[in-house]
Design a protein around this ligand. Structure first.
Ligand code: FES
Length: 169
């Protein structure tokens, strides 16, 4: 085996050095830009955010009441305030029920006892009906029950989280 002395010319040395330094500087410049561009994707999803519904538990009745509340909605880099609503009441066991007012047919807003439908939620768009529990009435357009808000009571005040589907037929 012959040993050959590796010769590096001055031109090669400069090429290697400038390529290395240039690459290092480019990485230093690009890394913050890439980080900024994909930052919202890297943020962990907030879990279990609850906001005040602006009503205390002792003000809840057996009759559904509509409450409006405001949430901060983050859409990538843009944060905005969005007003949401819920129908809240106490069931026969004095447990809080908080229903989404968004109809499961095509997304209109349901009203309690609208259009003379006693003890039911009524959707004015296509005549959808829901029982007080939020269950859809068979034979009307909605095919699933109203979503239910996660909720908790903090120091007597009702706080609402996300509205979750209950499935349906
Ligand atoms: S959107 Fe409610 S019945 Fe159609």
């Amino acid at each position: 085996m012959s040993q050959r002395k590796q010769q590096v010319s001055r031109r090669q040395f400069l090429n290697y050095t400038l390529t290395g330094v240039g690459g290092f500087m480019a990485a230093g410049l690009l890394a913050p830009m890439v980080r900024f561009a994909i930052d919202p994707v890297l943020q962990p999803q907030k879990q279990g955010d609850f906001v005040s519904a602006g009503i205390t538990k002792d003000k809840l009745t057996k009759e559904p009441q509509r409450v409006d509340f405001t949430i901060e909605q983050e859409d990538a880099w843009y944060t905005s305030e969005v007003t949401k609503s819920a129908w809240v009441y106490l069931d026969e066991n004095d447990e809080i029920v908080a229903l989404s007012p968004i109809c499961k047919h095509l997304g209109c807003v349901v009203n309690w006892e609208g259009s003379g439908n006693e003890n039911q939620f009524y959707c004015p768009c296509h005549g959808g009906l829901y029982e007080k529990s939020g269950d859809n009435v068979p034979g009307t357009p909605p095919t699933a029950p109203l979503d239910v808000f996660e909720h908790e009571v903090r120091e007597g005040t009702l706080f609402l989280g996300k509205a979750k589907p209950r499935g349906g037929a």
